[in-house]
Unconditional design. Structure first.
Length: 453
């Protein structure tokens, strides 16, 4: 035990001394290594001994069967496409909740308020928007806003979108156009790094909307399986989300609903009053609408903390709601196609996941000859997805807290969770695509007993 603890401490100290350039080189080296190993074990780079001995699929499976098998192979390709706190503008940290977990909200509000104060932020307000009264203790920097039961928007927005739109009404809004709003879920924790990142973003003032990274393996891990599965989302934030905002300043492929920072004038102009179709994935709809109106986006440095769903059913329901909400956004006639076609490509690469996964079995049962470049690309995409789980674990799990040996175990477990994640995602896709698309499922936020793996 002492030896492993000393080794973990030395590893942690070593990580401090590494420069960002060396860390990037190590990241690239690990990435290439994983891809090469995946290509090798997939036998893509091996030359067949006698190509003449390969079976002719057109004869063996028939025209229809062969065309179907090749079409399923092509489905895989859908996935290709610091300033001073004293001088900062006024920041409103807005938390939207149904009010089902009042103690959770109270504790998180106090914790986030203390984190803002510790970070040197002075010009801020924490605003809790709720359907049911929570009974927050009156404080100068805390405001509880209860949405009236009879409140209706002009287009009939529902759920979270309805609550967010209520805050923007002239008789309710107390913010100026140059102020900023930080959108959090009720279970989201601020960190000092995220507060600094928000300050830098709002003081820069070049962009109207920003979004940052969320990690899920902080403090107590309630469900190890769902937490490891969510490591993919961390890589997705650091890769796709960061690239689209840093390079293009547009929400080309996706947008999420927490750790969102908006300028008040922009948010009121775009609004959340987008009808029923804009009420399931209200965040994504808002982003696409803002993009079509010419507003600029950027990535915010720092990370906030959340917890993965506590049960497998909540995990499935969460994914199902995302699929249904984004489907409504992609097919919305109110957003021009030229602004959402890349989102559509990303979405349908997700929706066709059952077809892509079927290649794992079909390739073994009904082998067909494919061009080397096609096989290489398919395996490359698979290797990148595996690496995203690995990188997500490295980014989420702190070696100080877990130690080097446990971190290695988490890395192996993340890869082992892959089959489970594929099954869960497939269930969510099928359920989401064929189920009722105007229901808003809220996952349980109360911490239960952790699942031991």
């Amino acid at each position: 035990m002492k030896l492993s603890r000393d080794f973990a401490n030395k590893s942690a100290c070593l990580s401090i001394t590494l420069s960002s350039r060396i860390k990037h080189i190590l990241h690239c080296t690990l990435f290439v290594t994983v891809l090469c190993l995946f290509q090798y074990f997939s036998s893509v780079l091996k030359v067949p001994e006698d190509p003449a001995e390969e079976d002719n699929p057109w004869i063996q499976y028939g025209v229809f069967g062969t065309c179907t098998l090749y079409a399923l192979r092509f489905v895989t390709f859908l996935s290709l496409p610091q300033g001073s706190p004293l001088l900062a503008p006024y920041v409103c940290i807005r938390v939207v909740t149904r009010g089902d977990y009042p103690e959770l909200v109270k504790n998180n509000v106090n914790r986030n308020m203390n984190k803002c104060i510790d970070s040197g932020l002075e010009n801020f307000l924490i605003e809790v928007v709720t359907d049911k009264p929570i009974g927050l203790e009156p404080q100068r920097k805390v405001r509880e806003l209860v949405v009236p039961t009879d409140y209706q928007t002009t287009t009939g927005a529902l759920f979270k979108a309805r609550a967010l739109q209520y805050c923007l009404e002239d008789k309710v809004n107390i913010l100026n156009d140059n102020d900023w709003i930080v959108h959090l879920d009720e279970e989201t924790f601020l960190t000092e790094n995220s507060v600094r990142g928000i300050l830098n973003f709002v003081m820069d003032g070049k962009h109207h909307i920003g979004q940052g990274l969320i990690t899920y393996a902080n403090e107590e891990v309630v469900n190890w399986i769902t937490t490891l599965a969510d490591s993919f989302r961390v890589s997705d934030d650091m890769g796709k989300l960061r690239a689209q905002f840093y390079w293009f300043h547009k929400p080309l492929f996706s947008f999420k609903g927490s750790f969102v920072v908006t300028q008040v004038a922009a948010e009121r102009a775009v609004s959340f009053d987008n009808g029923r179709d804009g009420s399931i994935a209200e965040d994504c709809y808002f982003a696409m609408k803002a993009y079509s109106m010419g507003y600029s986006f950027n990535f915010i440095e720092g990370d906030m903390w959340e917890k993965s769903p506590f049960t497998l059913m909540d995990f499935i329901q969460q994914r199902k709601r995302w699929i249904q909400g984004i489907l409504l956004v992609v097919h919305s006639k109110a957003i021009p196609l030229r602004y959402k076609w890349l989102l559509g490509c990303a979405f349908y690469s997700w929706v066709t996941l059952p077809l892509s996964v079927s290649n794992i079995l079909l390739a073994a049962w009904f082998p067909i000859p494919c061009p080397a470049i096609m096989d290489f690309t398919v395996v490359f995409i698979g290797g990148v997805n595996i690496y995203m789980f690995i990188f997500g674990v490295l980014k989420s799990f702190n070696v100080y807290r877990f130690g080097f040996l446990k971190l290695c175990l988490c890395l192996m477990s993340a890869v082992a969770v892959l089959p489970f994640n594929l099954i869960i995602e497939n269930i969510a896709v099928l359920w989401g695509y064929f189920g009722n698309k105007h229901k808003f499922y809220v996952v349980n936020k109360n911490i239960g007993n952790p699942i031991t793996v």
